[in-house]
Design a protein around this ligand. Structure first.
Ligand code: PLP
Length: 387
């Protein structure tokens, strides 16, 4: 037995419905399979490879750090971790960062901070409001935070202390906050796994104002929306709010695992010695790569992300087989007339890697994708969508 599909089936836990594609190398927006087939990438490993596959600048930063120091424990100081935390603080105005290794772990940290903040303040246990249709991760606490029953069903008992409100219905926030000792409200500005739906601006502002007025922490999960994906450094920056906690991962690492939980003024000192930790968190190699990503997300570059997003929207909005385009920047969802699986399979057969989110086609191309690649990919996608 030496076929990769059979080996995977035999030896790797069967948690993924993989496509029959074995990728062996990539460069920028192109990937190549073992048989030499070329693909244009419109998925970036689910929002991870922000500057494309094996991006030179990121790779040089990673290799140069690897040649100096690959890992030490968090009992010692290392320069890349501190530099990255300082950079994030300068760019967001948030004060301190706890580094983890994934989005779920960044959210675990946010949940712990919110609980401890409330316990320190009141001596009581707080409840966190999250939104229906949200996705916050697959650890037990983040699964419990996630507002989709299909993720809950097989894993009871869930972690208690979460209640779920319907997105864009502020009255539900009010009633849940009246009925529960709420310590935090946690939102995604664009619900990614939930179908690439941006929250209403007026709703986000109302939630923010309510949190400010009632000393409730506002946590924004920017695991998927963050690091330039929506055309803002972090999506909340386009919504005229200042969250207390921002979590991110995916694109921050550019291809290596990293998660970050950024803490604002109210909560910067909530975590003390021993209250949280991670063996790999702030690893010098992952941090060096992340610095090289964040440094390039300048206002000019972010404008180019918005322009590319507009180009895709304009191309697809009135195309045959499209019932609507949602999302922000280069995080887009396309409601298809055909079953979305059919559209995806056509794209795959014709050399374009795309994603789905619920019943939508999800597009997360590299932020720096070249116009020629983008045009080619959009032309294939349009053919796939056509009815
Ligand atoms: N939060 C959001 C909004 C996500 O989209 C995801 C992953 O898709 C996560 C959390 C979990 O991130 P990870 O898979 O890195 O744990």
């Amino acid at each position: 037995m030496n076929n990769i599909f059979e080996l995977d089936k035999t030896f790797v836990a069967g948690t993924y419905a993989r496509f029959p594609v074995d990728l062996v190398k990539g460069a920028g927006a192109k990937y190549y399979s073992a048989s030499g087939k070329e693909y244009i990438d419109m998925g970036t490993g689910i929002g991870v490879t922000a500057f494309g596959a094996c991006d030179e600048i990121w790779k040089n930063a990673v290799i140069s750090q690897l040649n100096k120091l690959s890992h030490v424990s968090n009992l010692y100081y290392t320069e890349p971790c501190v530099t990255l935390a300082k950079l994030l603080s300068e760019k967001t105005g948030l004060k301190k960062t706890f580094f983890a290794n994934s989005g779920a772990e960044a959210n675990e940290c946010a949940i712990k901070v919110a609980r401890k903040y409330y316990e320190d303040k009141t001596g009581k246990q707080g409840v966190i409001v999250t939104l229906k249709n949200s996705f916050h991760g697959r650890t037990l606490a983040t699964l419990s935070a996630t507002g989709q029953d299909k993720f809950h069903e097989l894993f009871n008992p869930l972690v208690s202390g979460f209640v779920h409100a319907t997105a864009n219905d502020f009255s539900e926030i009010l009633s849940l906050c009246n009925e529960n000792p709420v310590c935090a409200i946690m939102i995604e500005i664009v619900q990614g796994e939930g179908g690439v739906n941006a929250l209403d601006r007026s709703y986000v502002k109302a939630v923010y104002d309510y949190c400010q007025d009632n000393d409730i922490l506002l946590i924004v999960d920017e695991v998927q929306t963050g690091n330039g994906r929506t055309g803002e450094l972090y999506a909340y920056m386009g919504f005229d709010i200042k969250p207390d906690i921002v979590t991110t991962a995916k694109g921050l690492g550019g291809g290596l695992p990293i998660g970050a939980c950024m803490l604002g003024e109210k909560v910067e000192n909530v975590l003390g010695f021993g209250s949280h930790g991670s063996t790999f968190g702030g690893n010098p190699v992952a941090s060096a790569g992340a610095i090289s990503i964040i440094e390039r997300l300048t206002p000019e570059f972010l404008n180019s992300v918005k322009e590319k997003g507009e180009y895709i929207k304009n191309e697809l909005e009135n195309a045959s087989g499209v019932e609507g385009v949602s999302g922000l920047g280069l995080m887009l969802g396309v409601k298809t007339t055909k079953p979305v699986k059919e559209v995806l399979n056509y794209c795959l057969e014709n050399g374009v890697l795309v994603l789905t989110a619920k019943d939508k086609l999800r597009l997360l191309p590299p932020l720096n994708i070249e116009t020629s690649d983008l045009k080619k990919a959009i032309s294939v996608i349009k053919n796939a969508l056509k009815v």
